[in-house]
Write a protein that binds this ligand. Structure first.
Ligand code: MN
Ligand code: MN
Length: 471
């Protein structure tokens, strides 16, 4: 009975952990929170991943002229996605063990010409990124992060809202007293995309020269003056900037027993973190181990930093070229990809005790009952699904059961309720084995999402035994 997954569905796995495993799970939770507080955007996630990789002995792949088994390499693509590699004893064409997550999360992007002033307040126009429920993002403290390229080419980083001394930003909503018309609207339409305007200032410029000349623009002018004093920015610099609005505030333990963690961006930085930790601890694997941290998953894995980009192919081609002293052959690349095994590490929709009706309870992941193994994604008739082979799942099942990884078979919601996808189908196109496996999450895509420390720990353990032992 111990290995029967339906058995675990009915029991608490916390009870099955030894006291040292319980300690490990809580320590992992603390380190994960530190990672999350340093990784509020895809760019900051990549910085934190590389910082941790360098302190674990990883070196930039571009500096390597030759590689040998056990070498630890990193590759950064346009500051927004990264790949870590631990070179295996076997040649790369025999296949790699890949764990792939994404480091972008739903957020609100600042438009390229954002600033305006109306009725005494200066605001910024925005365009949200990824699947957000817009009503969740109003009247909460918001932080501003991003990168600005000035006219002279200088690049500056902006981070305002998460330091205790920082101001925050804000999106307004109606008071209940005057919300009759809005209350009658559908939830999905009550807050409009063009209504997600971010308050950035309220004080007029006190510069005497502006008086009378800039009617209804003195607050905006004051905002521009502050940006200029602080960052040397002018208004046109917004055109060459990537600025993101994210929830302000640190991740927190949740519950009297501190068994859960609330944070912005569990989807999918929780799988990025657990796969990062697993690959950083790996020494001398048989198969070359790869941890991919992709960008743009939330908008379809498009663009030059998304999983559809050639960056991954190119990087593996470079690895093969270095391994073969510059003798590159495309057939070796194709074999390397087709012989690989991948865990598409992304979060799963856990059963919400308040909304159990959207999940089919016999096949949905229960919070705190282990890493969620999702054979297929897609929606409504498996459309767009990456459907893993039973044989591949069989090998993973054996690996996990033999190494005390507690996992639960999972799916994304009731058949006709909706659905979604990950990067799995893109990697499956190379003809490698791929399956989705990750941490069950509540309130996915909300400003703050919820996970359990038990599932965090089990997911880390699953990725670790996959790197250590899957062959
Ligand atoms: Mn995701
Ligand atoms: Mn998502």
């Amino acid at each position: 009975m111990e290995n029967d997954k339906l058995f675990y569905k009915k029991h608490f796995i916390w009870e099955k952990l030894s006291s040292s495993e319980k300690d490990d799970a809580f320590k992992l939770g603390d380190d994960y929170r530190a990672f999350m507080d340093a990784s509020k955007t895809e760019r900051l996630s990549v910085k934190e991943i590389i910082r941790r990789a360098e302190s674990s002995g990883f070196v930039n792949m571009e500096d390597k002229k030759e590689i040998k088994p056990g070498d630890k390499l990193y590759y950064v693509n346009k500051e927004k996605n990264a790949v870590l590699t631990v070179v295996g004893k076997e040649s790369i064409e025999k296949g790699m063990n890949i764990v792939g997550s994404h480091v972008d999360s739903p957020r609100i992007d600042i438009k390229q010409n954002p600033l305006y002033e109306k009725h005494g307040i200066s605001l910024m126009k925005t365009h949200y990124y990824g699947g957000i429920r817009k009503y969740q993002w109003v009247t909460i403290p918001l932080a501003l992060y991003g990168t600005v390229v000035k006219a002279n080419g200088e690049v500056i980083d902006i981070a305002i809202g998460d330091d205790d001394n920082d101001p925050v930003f804000y999106i307004t909503d109606l008071l209940p007293h005057l919300a009759k018309d809005q209350n009658d609207k559908k939830l999905s339409e009550a807050i409009e995309g063009e209504g997600l305007n971010v308050v950035i200032g309220s004080l007029p410029s006190t510069d005497g020269d502006d008086e009378g000349k800039k009617e209804d623009k003195s607050v905006k002018l004051n905002v521009l003056k502050i940006l200029n004093e602080k960052y040397g920015m002018i208004e046109e610099d917004f055109q060459t900037a990537e600025l993101e609005i994210v929830p302000a505030g640190k991740s927190r333990d949740v519950g009297l027993d501190r068994g859960m963690i609330m944070a912005y961006g569990h989807d999918d930085r929780v799988c990025a973190y657990t796969s990062l930790k697993a690959v950083l601890e790996l020494e001398n694997p048989d198969k070359t181990a790869i941890a991919v941290f992709a960008d743009k998953e939330e908008i379809g894995s498009v663009g030059n930093t998304g999983m559809h980009s050639a960056f991954f192919n190119n990087m593996v081609a470079e690895l093969i070229s270095i391994q073969n002293n510059g003798n590159y052959n495309e057939l070796l690349l194709k074999r390397a990809l087709a012989n690989s095994s991948m865990l598409s590490s992304d979060v799963a929709a856990g059963v919400d005790p308040t909304y159990p009706q959207v999940t089919e309870l016999q096949n949905a992941p229960i919070m705190g009952k282990g890493v969620a193994l999702v054979k297929y994604t897609g929606s409504r008739g498996k459309s767009g699904a990456s459907d893993a082979n039973a044989e591949y799942i069989g090998r993973l099942r054996k690996l996990f059961n033999e190494n005390d990884v507690i996992w639960q078979p999972s799916e994304l919601g009731k058949v006709d309720q909706g659905g979604g996808g990950t990067i799995a189908y893109i990697m499956a196109n190379y003809n490698m084995d791929v399956v989705d496996i990750g941490v069950p999450v509540l309130s996915m895509h909300a400003p703050f999402e919820l996970i359990t420390k038990t599932d965090l720990y089990m997911t880390y353990k699953a990725y670790k035994v996959f790197y250590d032992k899957f062959n």
